[in-house]
Design a protein. Structure first.
Length: 595
């Protein structure tokens, strides 16, 4: 295969820079569109193969397969992530953001390959996550490789990543407009006409490929939702829907992050086992939901895998309220456990599913109330439930994914209905506002912070946003040079000189890795060489902060105590060092925010 340098030079001799970038966008649109369709088909056919096999065997073998399949999928993911594919866990969107800002847009081709294989296995074997996030990561890996083949310019390579990201979303959701807004809201964080041109080219081509291979219909086609709605009565529905979805979305995000932290701390020695445990839990919840919903009518298997079948039935008002409650609870727990345990899948589809079930329940409540009060201009019961399902999907997506404009457009594109756009806007913006107020850092960025990825370079933390309310974990230094207790001052200075580490201050750790204090370079140089480092800080009143301490509060503490740096320690263990925050870090962030 020709090297990227050969291809780049050959094209450079025949095309100018803008023509080569247009060619790159066309290739990204074609390749990402095909990859997204293949990923969708692989999950769809694998899951139906497993389900049909289980039904054909029946009896105890039916339940055995439904337990074994997601567990096996989790085990395969755990082993592969541990030894071969560390970037294949989660949705892939955090990894894409980190690659764009911290690695110049470079994603290894192997990461895309493993994402395709492991995402297909994990979701296809029944685990309760979606395909859209992995599609973004897969498409970004493809666009990164194509960019490196066609360009030597690192800026052009980096600019290929949002093009691939948009193409992947457009093909996965059959939603070209929301693909564009998602890239600007989630990745670029600002609007640029320069970036828009290439993104539009790739999105159009990827969506055309998807529609040619999978059909022209919206993902959620329903006779009920295709009808027109009168706006005025629905405005009073959008507001409470936004309030409920905002609170539930916040609870969902908090559950994912807290349980994920528990898995990382408690199963750190055998992290490969965590996805298998998540898969087993999903199997148990899926069987429970299937059995219970069978009592109320037709049994629903939508806790497993993507689950759009039940969402379509909710649009048609074909599910009783007990079924909606069971699916909402079981799917909620299954998604949280699957994602937190390190499964390979996204949160777009599950979030829309949960919002749809929530909306269906609200719609049934409204139907019951309307039976007593007879609201004017109110549609029939089926249309009420269908409309509430639509509003719930949008509000939940806005609260969890935290992209309010994308949440508006994606519902319109997925359903083909525009008549509820005004109440949808009201509910989505309210849900987004509530979720943002309760948790200032969005889900994908919180996941990066939890993994120790520094967000200093991310545009969302360099723009007009009030950086002072962000946690110190967003800008702190994770890699810290420390001194060991018991060393003499002379030995400590010599070891620092050998390593070429000249900083203002250094944490001091004991033999067990616990933080004892912090010593400045000046204190070391002024101390007697024969003293131990422990003796230099013997009377020290150590000041520390936790990762979720706001930058404003940390700065105030440091100024009040006349410290230029403080250690960042675990919220549960004040001796566990996580990093350092300095006044220089805060000053740099302030300067960047004022640009």
């Amino acid at each position: 295969m020709p090297s990227k340098g050969v291809i780049a030079e050959w094209l450079k001799g025949r095309l100018d820079d803008s023509q080569r970038f247009l060619l790159l966008c066309i290739l990204i649109g074609l390749s990402c569109g095909i990859a997204a369709v293949l990923f969708h088909l692989s999950i769809h056919h694998l899951f139906h193969f497993v389900w049909d096999l289980a039904e054909s065997l029946g009896g105890w073998q039916f339940y055995g397969i439904l337990l074994a399949a997601p567990t096996l999928g989790g085990l395969v993911i755990g082993v592969c992530v541990q030894y071969f594919a560390p970037d294949a866990a989660g949705s892939g969107i955090p990894q894409t953001k980190a690659a764009y800002y911290n690695h110049g847009g470079k994603i290894q081709s192997a990461a895309g390959f493993w994402r395709f294989v492991l995402g297909s296995l994990y979701c296809g074997l029944g685990n309760s996550l979606g395909r859209e996030g992995p599609t973004v990561h897969l498409s970004s890996a493809i666009s990164s490789r194509l960019g490196r083949w066609i360009f030597k310019d690192q800026n052009r390579v980096q600019s290929a990543l949002p093009v691939g990201m948009a193409a992947g979303i457009a093909a996965a959701f059959n939603a070209p407009l929301s693909a564009i807004t998602f890239v600007f809201e989630e990745l670029l964080d600002n609007f640029s006409m320069k970036a828009l041109g290439g993104i539009v080219v790739a999105v159009v081509i990827a969506a055309a490929v998807s529609r040619s291979l999978l059909g022209e219909d919206p993902i959620l086609a329903s006779a009920v939702i295709s009808k027109e709605f009168i706006t005025s009565p629905w405005m009073i529905v959008g507001v409470p829907m936004g309030l409920i979805a905002g609170l539930l979305g916040h609870f969902f995000v908090s559950s994912v992050l807290n349980l994920r932290a528990q898995f990382k701390s408690r199963l750190s020695a055998c992290s490969w086992l965590a996805p298998a445990l998540g898969g087993l839990c999903c199997g148990l919840l899926g069987i429970l939901a299937y059995q219970v919903t069978g009592v109320f009518g037709e049994a629903q298997n939508s806790v497993f895998s993507i689950g759009y079948d039940s969402l379509e039935r909710a649009f048609e008002d074909s599910l009783v309220w007990q079924t909606l409650v069971v699916l909402l609870l079981c799917k909620f727990i299954a998604v949280v456990v699957n994602y937190a345990s390190g499964g390979s899948g996204g949160l777009f589809s599950p979030t829309l599913f949960l919002g749809g079930m929530l909306g269906g329940l609200v719609g049934m409540v409204l139907t019951g109330v309307e039976g007593y009060m007879h609201f004017p201009h109110w549609p029939g019961a089926h249309q009420v439930v269908g409309g509430c399902v639509l509003l719930g999907m949008g509000a939940m997506f806005s609260a969890v994914i935290r992209c309010p404009f994308t949440s508006l457009i994606i519902i319109f594109e997925m359903t083909g209905n525009y008549s509820l756009i005004l109440p949808l806007m009201a509910g989505n913006m309210l849900a987004w506002s509530i979720a943002k107020r309760l948790r200032p850092v969005a889900l994908y960025d919180s996941l990066l912070l939890q993994d120790g990825v520094n967000l200093k370079k991310f545009s969302a933390y360099r723009g007009s946003q009030d950086y002072r309310n962000l946690p110190v974990s967003a800008i702190m230094t994770h890699e810290v040079t420390a001194l060991q207790s018991g060393q003499s001052v002379e030995e400590g200075i010599k070891s620092l000189g050998t390593r070429g580490m000249v900083y203002h201050a250094y944490p001091i750790m004991d033999a067990h890795g616990d933080l004892l204090g912090i010593v400045t370079r000046h204190e070391l140089e002024e101390a007697k060489p024969e003293l131990t480092i422990d003796q230099v800080i013997i009377d020290q009143d150590l000041l520390s902060v936790q990762p979720d301490t706001s930058i404003r509060d940390a700065a105030n503490k440091m100024i009040a105590h006349n410290y230029q740096q403080v250690p960042v320690v675990s919220a549960t263990n004040s001796q566990r060092l996580l990093g350092l925050i300095t006044l220089n870090d805060i000053a740099r962030q302030q300067n960047a925010s004022e640009l």
